[in-house]
Unconditional design. Structure first.
Length: 243
């Protein structure tokens, strides 16, 4: 049975301050919730219609389709909504291999897509600047399509992180060198910048390898690529070299 307080508590988690205070986030749909459950995330509450089949044994509050619509942040909710604790990842030393660093990425859709891209290219760690959008926003979680269960996220001071690392630091910049002609390593941090401003002035001097995704149209053309698309192209080229 769904109570008015259940609806209120779930809806409060749309706001970052309540997610921070409670340490909880919302996930919806069989794909996203299922991936989280399979990767060891334990829900505080799980609300589901009679049609939902959980991939693991879990305590469930059965609700109707109408009650699910009252809970959901989606236009067309599907079967299940769960409230999970936000993970607290320990230690921020960059691991071996490739990782991403996001410098002021603001759009929830872009952030969710980048997390999904990282998962696709087996990049397990993303460092987010403190002004990057909140990865536990329901819109971001939904946009990851479950990939948020498989990627470790850290919010940190990127300037300090990049100053302390011995790994090569790559960044996409309009005054960089053609990515397709540069040497790319198997280890390193790939920095992706803000949607409008790119990589911030404080971070640019810390980029040791400046890369450019070349434009193949001359004259009047798009000003730049969407940050998620640029991330996909960059990650694909790194992985192509390693195959």
């Amino acid at each position: 049975m769904l109570s008015k307080n259940d609806i209120k508590q779930v809806h409060l988690l749309e706001q970052k301050k309540h997610r921070t205070q409670s340490g909880l986030f919302v996930a919806e749909g069989p794909k996203v919730v299922g991936d989280l459950l399979r990767h060891g995330f334990l829900p505080q509450r799980l609300f589901a219609t009679v049609d939902y089949q959980s991939p693991v044994p879990v305590s469930t509050t059965e609700i109707s389709d109408d009650e699910l619509r009252k809970l959901s942040f989606l236009q067309h909710p599907q079967q299940v909504l769960a409230v999970f604790p936000i993970p607290h990842n320990e230690g921020i030393t960059p691991p071996a291999g490739l990782c991403l660093a996001l410098d002021g990425v603001q759009d929830p859709g872009n952030l969710g897509t980048i997390i999904r891209i990282a998962d696709w290219f087996d990049i397990k760690t993303i460092y987010c600047s403190l002004d990057t959008a909140d990865a536990w926003n329901p819109k971001v979680v939904q946009a990851t399509m479950g990939s948020i269960a498989r990627v470790n996220l850290y919010y940190t001071n990127l300037e300090q992180l990049l100053q302390s690392t011995t790994l090569p630091v790559y960044g996409t910049l309009l005054d960089g060198d053609n990515i397709y002609t540069q040497t790319l390593s198997t280890d390193g941090i790939i920095v992706m910048g803000n949607e409008g401003k790119g990589i911030s002035p404080s971070i640019r001097p810390l980029v040791s390898h400046r890369l450019l995704i070349p434009c193949y149209r001359q004259g009047d053309t798009a000003e730049s690529l969407n940050v998620a698309i640029a991330t996909a192209i960059t990650c694909a080229e790194f992985r192509r070299r390693q195959s």
